[in-house]
Design a protein around this ligand. Structure first.
Ligand code: ATP
Length: 516
């Protein structure tokens, strides 16, 4: 058995990114033109991995039976809404005018930074120079410290007089003596300004203010605006949920950390509608259920945490409610800290009320509870997850260095997530072995994503499957034809066993079912 990977032996981000590129998990978008910052494409293995993640989410949330805190089956239906919506949606939701990050432009380098991510180091004296860097970028921090030391002709900063401060706390005169992360002279950074994260476009032939529209920055609003359609056309009753998986777009100021902060990404969101008084109970249930789910698909190690927000961190709609928490993963670039995979928030009745008001129908849109003969706006618990961040966490968690293997590394995906479930190989390309292996491959392929390959040495083929994270390899060898058996190679333990060739299908079904 291989040992669990200790935090200190966890992969660097460079090694994960390099494997993703080399094996076709993730590429830069439009790479042949030099790429485009904040946009990523998935190659064959990455597409299969991300599809498995989204499929598992949909199946576990919408299709399978879940028992809620009230002892009843949880009722959830799906929708698939458009990316461009009536722009009034974004006024009601608070995104126009509110969905802003304060940002800072550098007049010298033309770079743009999130103001709340910028930190400066330097002395407080009015003639001293300050050097800015992005808080999560260790290289930039080291560069800022080096430039400071060179400028002041010292060997290292003195913790007593060289303090670190947030850029947002600087006065105008402080800003004038601050050198930007990518600049050489002081005073090039502007004051923090609001910047809309929404991508704007035009609908129709004529470009005017009237034809302006936005690419959705979250999938949730399509769910809220369809709440009344779903209630009128299906048999749902509160408590129930609506789920959606789809693309969202945010013109992030500083896209970084591979796919973690992209400008185009996919969300998997549930809006769960409940009676206001049951919000605390449902909030806690969803928080725990979602944490359990991420663990069930292979993030069960100590790298996943559930973090309840502090009161002053809560969004405007959640202040009075049951709370907000994040499910966070320790990515190589956040370690020893964590980065958000999913947020679970009690949004109260903020969204439904806002849409009811902005569309002009107001109180008439209150939900009618037939059993109680009562009208109200339901409260909402929102578990909102990112499919790209989830896929990235699966990749980082699976990456297992192993110097004993030809590939030097294997991807320990949970079998349910593995892009390829099994490979079928003839040991050598002769003596009836390829024909027998191909027969097994054809029968497995009816149900599973499997691979057949007769080229190269068996060692090289195993190495390819180790890097792809394929949990099982079936090999037809010299004895297979006479004995009617094949060997199974287990990815994680490298153990081999012989099983009957005509049982390979049911053997694989059992293995995949028992881990589902
Ligand atoms: P952050 O604070 O990291 O910007 P957020 O709190 O704004 O994230 P939400 O608005 O709660 O994120 O979005 C829900 C989920 O969508 C996040 O948990 C994350 O998985 C995903 N997500 C949000 N922004 C991005 C992005 N720029 N790139 C990739 N995934 C994202």
């Amino acid at each position: 058995m291989s040992e669990p990977v200790a935090p200190s032996t966890r992969p660097t981000m460079e090694s994960v990114v390099s494997l993703c590129r080399r094996r076709g998990f993730i590429f830069q978008s439009s790479e042949i033109y030099g790429g485009i910052n904040g946009f990523w494409d998935y190659g064959p293995l990455g597409t299969a991995l991300k599809r498995n993640l989204k499929q598992a989410w949909w199946s576990d949330v919408v299709e399978r039976e879940l028992i809620g805190p009230d002892g009843n089956a949880v009722d959830i239906v799906g929708v698939d809404c458009t990316i461009i919506m009536n722009p009034k949606t974004w006024i009601a939701s608070g995104h126009v005018g509110g969905f802003n990050d304060p940002m800072v432009d550098c007049r010298e380098s033309k770079a743009r930074y999130r103001a709340d991510h910028l930190v400066v180091i330097g002395r407080t004296a009015p003639d001293a120079r300050l050097f800015a860097f992005l808080e999560s970028d260790d290289d930039a921090k080291a560069k800022a410290i080096k430039t400071l030391c060179k400028y002041e002709r010292i060997d290292s900063p003195d913790p007593a007089s060289h303090t670190m401060r947030l850029f947002t706390t600087l006065s105008e005169t402080d800003r004038a003596r601050c050198v930007g992360p990518d600049a050489s002279a002081p005073g090039s950074l502007t004051e923090p300004r609001q910047f809309s994260l929404m991508f704007k476009t035009n609908v129709g032939a004529i470009e005017s203010d009237d034809s302006s529209a936005y690419l959705r920055p979250e999938t949730a609003q399509g769910i809220f605006t369809n709440f009344w359609n779903v209630v009128d056309t299906s048999r749902v009753k509160v408590p129930f949920g609506i789920a959606q998986i789809g693309k969202a777009f945010r013109n992030e100021v500083t896209p970084r950390n591979f796919t973690f902060r992209s400008r185009e990404f996919e969300q998997m969101e549930i809006e769960f509608f409940i009676r206001p008084e049951s919000a605390p109970e449902w909030y806690r249930w969803w928080r725990d259920e979602r944490f359990r789910w991420w663990q069930s698909i292979g993030l069960g190690s100590g790298n996943l945490i559930l973090r309840e927000h502090d009161r002053d961190e809560l969004a405007h709609y959640a202040k009075e409610g049951a709370g907000t928490s994040d499910i966070e993963y320790r990515f190589p670039f956040t370690a020893p800290g964590f980065g958000e995979l999913e947020g679970i928030a009690h949004r109260a009745d903020f969204d439904l009320k806002a849409h009811a008001t902005h569309c002009g129908k107001g109180e008439k849109l209150r939900y009618f509870d037939q059993e109680r003969n009562e009208r109200y706006f339901p409260h909402v618990i929102e578990p909102s997850a990112g499919a790209d961040r989830g896929t990235l966490a699966l990749l980082c968690e699976a990456y297992t260095p192993d110097p004993a293997r030809a590939s030097g590394v294997y991807m320990k995906f949970h079998p349910r997530m593995a892009p390829i479930k099994a490979a079928v190989y003839p040991l050598v390309n002769k003596e009836g072995m390829p024909e027998m292996a191909e027969g097994i491959y054809r029968s497995l392929r009816k149900k599973h994503a499997v691979e057949f390959d007769e080229k190269q040495s068996i060692g090289k083929r195993y190495a390819r499957m180790d890097e792809a994270g394929t949990p099982f390899c079936f090999t037809v060898d010299g004895d297979s034809l006479s004995s009617g058996t094949v060997t199974v190679r287990h990815r994680d333990t490298l153990a081999q066993e012989r099983i009957a060739a005509d049982q390979v299908g049911s053997w694989l079904d059992d293995k995949l079912d028992s881990t589902a």
